[in-house]
Design a protein. Structure first.
Length: 97
């Protein structure tokens, strides 16, 4: 499973959200969730922007092999804790053996 932030380098909201997303990534790792966290610069990757219909920034999408289409958040969650709580509902703990 993957959580991907689609952002534009010139976007003020993206710049303000960056520390929250970084905290979220660190929390995912500390909690040992089976989730990879990534960020995609849509200016450098216009094909991905078009493929996923990204028209506002930042946009968060959850990708899972168990679902046909990614889940897009209804709005940007302003707290890494709220974001972690949301993804905990979507993924389970990682296997640690």
């Amino acid at each position: 499973d993957f959580m991907v932030e689609f952002y534009a380098p010139w976007c003020g909201a993206c710049k303000r959200f960056a520390p929250t997303y970084k905290d979220f990534a660190e929390n995912v790792q500390q909690l040992n969730l089976s989730l990879k966290v990534a960020a995609v610069d849509v200016e450098a990757n216009p094909a991905l922007r078009e493929r996923y219909g990204i028209d506002s920034f930042p946009t968060l999408m959850f990708f899972s092999k168990h679902q046909k289409a990614p889940i897009r958040t209804a709005s940007i969650l302003r707290s890494s804790t709220v974001l972690v709580d949301w993804v905990k509902k979507l993924v389970g703990p990682a296997v640690t053996e």
